[in-house]
Design a protein around this ligand. Structure first.
Ligand code: SF4
Length: 64
């Protein structure tokens, strides 16, 4: 499983606030970073939940 962030992400930071184990604000590049290339099994449920919690649906779950 991977996470892709859409270009229309508004950088509200809610994903980092709720899921700091998955997302981090990147102040240098003015974007959000996903902390894992491949989401570890123990975080996959949270990753799916984070996609549901993004107000603009910018988080896309890619299942390999
Ligand atoms: S919650 Fe959604 S819109 Fe907000 S920073 Fe995260 S990915 Fe972007």
């Amino acid at each position: 499983m991977r996470i892709e962030l859409a270009g229309f992400c508004i950088r509200c930071g809610i994903c980092e606030d709720l899921y700091p184990d998955l997302y981090k604000r990147n102040y240098q590049d003015h974007c959000m970073d996903v902390l894992y290339e491949t989401i570890p099994a123990e975080l996959q449920e949270r990753a799916v939940q984070s996609a549901a919690d993004c107000a603009v649906a910018a988080i896309k779950i890619i299942r390999d």
